[in-house]
Ligand binder design. Structure first.
Ligand SMILES: Nc1ncnc2c1ncn2[C@@H]1O[C@H](COP(=O)(O)OP(=O)(O)OP(=O)(O)O)[C@@H](O)[C@H]1O
Length: 240
């Protein structure tokens, strides 16, 4: 039974690539409004879990529910319309489109004036992008591209963002901006977050709960404040 307060519920799910199974009867619940961090060794299946929730990979068995609705067989597009947002590892912005055009790609919008209003609203959260609107996505720095990928996701006002390793190769000042922006979105728009990350400080800044993923299963949960304790870091550092 899936309770009404659960935003995402993954139950006993298996998936992988070809004949290789990566997730092994994995179960995970994300609560409405929660910021959840997922820690795990390289190659343990963190990105695979995010791709499964978003619909890029089919569930071989088990189920995925969103707000109590069974979405296991829904397409990526149908999941996005329900409120699932995804920022993939590597960002995948359109290099030959301008920043503004990239932002518009995040909207299901045919009314020009509404699109403009939505772009203006999102730029209030991403002031750094305001100065770059006419520039092509491909010439932005890595950090600016990460901000753009996040803004393109948030412009559609998703209920949850599935965020895959946003800190890779990004300067600390932009990481701080990403943290502040996500926390502001949480406060003002009731955003939820599922964050896959190896940067412990970033997980600590954003997550209310951290789970560990090993051998295709969720193996533990902890209060992220415990990551401030050096002995716990020592225990978990091997997971990063
Ligand atoms: N497209 C693919 N085809 C075949 N195997 C894949 C594919 N993508 C990932 N894998 C394999 O699936 C396993 C899980 O990969 P996944 O990317 O989910 O791990 P991860 O925990 O996100 O790791 P990392 O932190 O290195 O990104 C790995 O063994 C990986 O080699």
């Amino acid at each position: 039974m899936v309770g009404p307060h659960k935003l995402i519920s993954v139950q006993n799910t298996e998936t992988g690539y070809g004949s290789i199974k990566v997730l092994n009867r994995l179960s995970l619940d994300v609560q409405e409004g929660e910021f959840l961090g997922i820690l795990g060794h390289n190659g343990m299946g963190k990105s695979t879990l995010i791709r499964l929730i978003m619909g890029y990979l089919p569930a071989w068995s088990g189920s995925v529910h969103f707000r109590g609705k069974d979405i296991t067989r829904l397409s990526i597009h149908e999941r996005a319309l329900l409120g699932l947002g995804y920022v993939p590892q590597g960002r995948q912005i359109f290099p030959d489109l301008t920043v503004e055009e990239n932002l518009l790609m995040g909207l299901q919008c045919n009314i020009k004036s509404k699109c403009k209003t939505d772009v203006d609203k999102i730029l209030d959260y991403f002031p750094r992008l305001s100065r770059l609107l006419d520039r092509n996505g491909g010439v932005l720095s890595g950090g600016e591209q990460q901000l753009l990928a996040l803004a393109r996701c948030l412009i559609g006002d998703p209920a949850v963002v599935l965020l895959d390793e946003p800190t890779e190769g990004i300067q600390p000042n932009i990481l701080d901006e990403i943290v502040d922006t996500l926390l502001r979105f949480k406060k003002e728009r009731s955003l939820s977050l599922v964050l896959v990350e190896q940067n412990l400080d970033f997980i600590l800044d954003l997550s209310e709960r951290v789970v560990t993923l090993e051998s295709g299963r969720i193996t533990g949960a902890m209060d992220p404040k415990r990551l401030q304790d050096p002995s716990v870091v020592q225990e978990y550092v091997g997971l990063c």
